[in-house]
Design a protein around this ligand. Structure first.
Ligand code: FAD
Length: 824
């Protein structure tokens, strides 16, 4: 049985011990630098507000589980959760709209919620200033986590099951051997371990450094105060921490509120970011409620605006003062998500950090599932520790972006809204040309990606009526331009150049490359060199961990189009294991994205373009669909993959970065007679959706199997011995309970953005994954997860800003189901 060491006895570490115990693991030691009765981390002073709803399904599900677990965790008849409900108020029209979207998220993720009028807000919360409040969102199942108490109950419960707790014991280094963790070192000796999970909260950076692992989190101080007794609360609640009013958020002013008996607790995010270096804090020996490393002195000036605003929102506060305040420390990350999962470089070392109390039990359950079964039942892609690019791990990047996240934590953020800084971290070799063409850039994975080009605006006047874009509402019109319609039209009727450089490219080579890819993917990659295979990477439970395009360029050389860095880590680790097991079957995995670049040249006239600058054979015979070959274009050595993400004739043309700009220029010039344009991601996404191509991480994740997601065609019939085979075959005999469905919007105009709830027979039964205007078919398209009983031809309703939009469940793909365009 694995010997497990958990570092940190905060709400995450203790929940993890508990989740592991409940799965039958008992050889567990929890090592905590502070005293166990009050360890002194963020949990020891957390006021414990749990607002469950967020745009992220994963985070909302983590929160839902945390609530149910804390409700069940009780002693002497008192649970560790006070379910007073949550009320978020709007004091601006923009926030009122945001609350409508938030109601949508709640419905999508199965959390009961209700928009309430200003009068109803007053009924729920009589202390509010009626003159300020425009309305609110009420979530009855939200409430207050008694986090410090939960930690103590979890310690007691897991101790009984055999978990060993070592308090006042700092881990000072991690022992390793043969690429694995072997133990943790403390002043009292070394504790042997096969698995070490760092749940060190905002000390994560320091613990990561012990194994050379950069942890992209920044500890920041956040102000919290308690008031003197508020006369209006007298006699309402038990002291010191009783509460009966809903927890309250005033996000327009970065504030939240709870009761502590007859006092108020107020938290504030409106102050300047105050970054901390955890190692500078030292360890407090005599920890008590007011003295602990995670609690810094209150800087009262920073709180002045909050106090003024609070007395306006809650006039009852005018009769009280601030009794006590502190600057409490917790973790922020570059994208606001937690950091979960294995170290990419050291076997047996895991991290579960930057986790709020709100998500703690859900995170712990997911980690326990990963450790005991190899996968979490909830998609972890947006939480993976290894989701960041190298450039995003630099301390300066982490610091700037995490501070920005602190500042924006309650802001209204559009799903496409890019960060303003730092930008231009990664650009493709075509960047200069893209700027010349007036590219509108958004950023993903630190890449600058053109979404459309202003240069194409001049073609708007030529747009045939049937292609003309519809008017959009203000929200869906943000980060959008009607120029996208031109780019879609030109791609379908002439030819367009798409910068596909940011799509990850991985090279797998060596005598074991075929074995590796045969085992990890669902496709048959043993076909002759020059073939391309679309395949899935499944986990043992047949969940989709990625979808990949595998081009066999030579006998022992493959190029893979993949999704995230997590794919690189997976392939690398599996290659390493294979090499250790059978040295003659070694394989090397290289992420070649940065050193290479690629242009998707797609459209019915694509062939005319390449024929004019190359003597190679690009006919259907010379390079058939889903085949690859090396060639020269204008003398530039390239690799062409005959495939298209947008469903048209053409190639993804790859070359090394140094040749990039010349390749762009050559195709651009050669394409002029054919009316070539540069086209961006917005058109790409719309055309991709028309063709029914799924986007991993959005349409499908590890939560879904290939049947449900409509990608079972990517499993090579009769294939044996691939990861996930047994479960996939068992599932093949069952009827899926849910399916990814294509919807078209009946009114032909209403564009939704994704994550909206879908109603059938009056009940929310699913949610939108991806949506776009389908320029070719002249109406919006959306994909949605729906129960299997909802079938093609049915009408469903999408809720968007409280409005119900009718949509038809439509056979897919809506464009070129015969694939005649792709086959050219
Ligand atoms: P911690 O509780 O910090 O636990 C980590 C533990 O690891 C610590 O006890 C530490 O001593 C130990 N440790 C670290 N390094 C070592 C080492 N080398 N060896 C041994 N032990 C080590 N969240 C909410 O959900 N709702 C809220 O309302 C809320 N309000 C907050 C208000 C304030 C003022 C603050 C500061 C935070 C708030 N948070 C809230 C955030 C929340 O408190 C934290 O995100 C959460 O408690 C983190 O839990 P944890 O177990 O990861 O970390």
């Amino acid at each position: 049985k694995s010997r497990v060491v958990i570092i940190g006895a905060g709400i995450v570490g203790t929940n993890l011990a508990d989740e592991l115990v409940s799965r039958g693991w008992t050889n567990i030691t929890v090592v905590e630098q502070g005293p166990l009765s009050i360890p002194g981390g963020s949990t020891s002073h957390a006021p414990g507000l749990v607002f469950q709803t967020s745009p992220s399904k994963t985070m909302s599900l983590f929160a839902r589980y945390t609530v149910s677990k804390l409700l069940s965790l009780e002693e002497d008849g008192q649970a560790c959760f006070n379910q007073v409900g949550g009320l978020e108020v709007a004091t601006t029209p923009a926030r009122l709209e945001e609350l409508k979207r938030k109601l949508g998220y709640a419905s999508s993720w199965g959390i009961e919620a209700r928009l309430v009028s200003a009068d109803e807000c007053l009924k729920l919360y009589p202390l509010l200033n009626r003159n300020l409040v425009l309305g609110g969102l009420h979530i009855p199942s939200d409430g207050l986590a008694l986090a410090a108490r939960a930690v103590q109950l979890l310690i007691t419960r897991t101790r009984k099951a055999g978990v060993c707790y070592l308090g006042s014991t700092p881990v000072t280094s991690i022992q390793q051997g043969g690429g694995r963790v072997t133990g943790v070192v403390t002043p009292n000796g070394t504790i042997p371990a096969d698995i070490v999970i760092s749940c060190a909260g905002f000390w994560g950076v320091e613990v990561g450094a012990m194994v050379g692992l950069p942890i992209p989190l920044l500890p920041l101080a956040h102000q919290y105060v308690k008031t003197t007794a508020v006369p209006a609360l007298a006699g309402r609640n038990n002291s010191p921490n009783g509460a009966s009013l809903p927890i309250l958020r005033h996000q327009d002013q970065d504030l939240y509120y709870r009761e502590h008996g007859d006092q108020y607790g107020i938290g504030y995010y409106g102050h300047r970011p105050m970054p901390i270096v955890a190692s500078s804090l030292g360890v407090t020996k005599d920890v008590d409620e007011k003295h602990m490393p995670s609690r810094l002195d209150f800087t009262s000036k920073d709180f002045d605006p909050a106090w003024k605003i609070s007395r306006e929102l809650l006039p009852a506060l005018q009769k009280s003062e601030i009794a006590d305040g502190f600057n409490g420390i917790f973790s922020f990350t570059p994208d606001g998500g937690p950091l979960l999962g294995p170290s990419p470089a050291l076997d047996g070392f895991y991290v579960a950090e930057a986790v709020w109390v709100t998500h703690s039990a859900g995170v712990a359950r997911a980690m326990a599932e990963v450790l005991t079964t190899g996968r979490s039942s909830i998609d972890l892609s947006e939480c993976e520790l290894s989701r960041f690019e190298d450039v995003q791990l630099s301390p300066a990047y982490v610091s700037e972006t995490s501070q920005q996240n602190f500042t924006e934590v309650y802001d209204i953020i559009h799903p496409l809204e890019p960060r303003e800084s730092p930008r231009n971290l990664r650009v493709s070799p075509f960047y200069t040309r893209q700027r010349e063409l007036g590219a509108f850039f958004l950023e993903t994975g630190a890449w600058e990606r053109p979404h459309w080009y202003k240069a194409n605006a001049k073609l708007l006047k030529d747009l045939p009526p049937r292609w003309r874009p519809v008017e959009r509402d203000a929200w869906s019109a943000r980060y959008y331009s009607p120029i996208v319609a031109v780019e879609a039209w030109k791609t379908r009727t002439a030819v367009a150049m798409y910068d596909t450089t940011p799509i990850r490219r991985i090279e797998v080579s060596g005598p074991g490359a075929v074995d590796l890819l045969q085992r990890l993917s669902t496709g048959d990659v043993s076909k002759e060199p020059g073939t391309i295979t679309f395949a899935l990477l499944l986990n043992d439970h047949a969940g989709i961990r990625s979808d990949v395009i595998i081009a066999r360029l030579e006998e022992d050389l493959f190029q893979i189009g993949a999704n995230s860095f997590v794919d690189v880590v997976y392939l690398t680790q599996e290659a390493l294991r294979q090499g250790q097991h059978t040295p003659s079957r070694w394989a090397q995995v290289r992420d070649i994205t940065s050193g290479t670049c690629s242009i998707g040249l797609w459209g019915p006239r694509a062939r005319d373009v390449v024929n004019s600058v190359s003597t190679d054979d690009f006919t259907n015979k010379g390079l058939p669909y889903f085949h690859a070959k090396r060639a020269k274009i204008a003398g530039i050595p390239v690799t062409l993959l005959r495939m298209s993400y947008v469903g048209e004739l053409g190639w993804d043309i790859h070359t090394s970065a140094d040749h990039g700009q010349r390749l762009w220029d050559a195709l651009w010039q050669a394409g002029q007679p054919q009316g070539v344009i540069a086209a961006g991601r917005s058109a790409f996404n719309a055309l991709r959706l028309e063709k029914g191509f799924r986007s991993w991480g959005v349409d499908m994740t590890t939560e879904h199997d290939p049947h449900e997601a409509g990608v079972a065609f990517a499993i090579q019939a009769g294939k044996q011995g691939y990861v996930g085979q047994a479960t996939f075959e068992r599932r093949s005999k069952q009827t899926p309970v849910r399916r990814l469905r294509c919807l078209t919007i009946k009114d032909g105009r209403s564009v939704v953005l994704g994550k909206e709830p879908v109603y059938f027979d009056g009940r929310a039964v699913g949610y939108i994954t991806n949506a776009a205007f389908g320029y070719t078919i002249g109406k919006p398209i959306a994909y949605a997860w729906l129960p299997s009983r909802v079938v093609e031809g049915d009408t469903v309703e999408i809720e968007y800003f409280g409005r119900r939009i009718q949509a038809s469940v439509t056979p897919e793909p809506v464009y070129d189901p015969q694939m005649s365009r792709l086959h050219g």
